[in-house]
Ligand binder design. Structure first.
Ligand code: ZN
Length: 81
């Protein structure tokens, strides 16, 4: 389901999809790019705490960047791990 989250910093409403009625985790405002830890219980936002970039990356480690030159793009399917 889609949840509307109002940014406490700039007041812009953003949407995020939830699988469950309860969620606790990072939220990033699309407008001011501020990071928050939000706590949703039964589809209601019960808390919204500012989150530092460092903490956010701890929770969501940045994905390895893919070098999008032609050679790599062609080889994506056969990427070895
Ligand atoms: Zn914002």
């Amino acid at each position: 389901m889609m949840m509307t989250i109002k940014c406490p910093k700039c007041g812009v409403e953003g949407k995020m999809s939830l699988i469950e009625r309860n969620y606790k985790g990072p939220y990033k405002c699309w407008s001011c790019r501020e990071l928050f830890t939000i706590d949703i219980e039964s589809n209601v936002v019960v808390s919204c705490q500012p989150l530092s970039q460092e903490e956010y990356e701890k929770a969501h480690p940045p994905k390895p960047t893919i070098d999008m030159n032609v050679g790599n793009a062609r080889n994506l399917g056969g990427r070895r791990y």
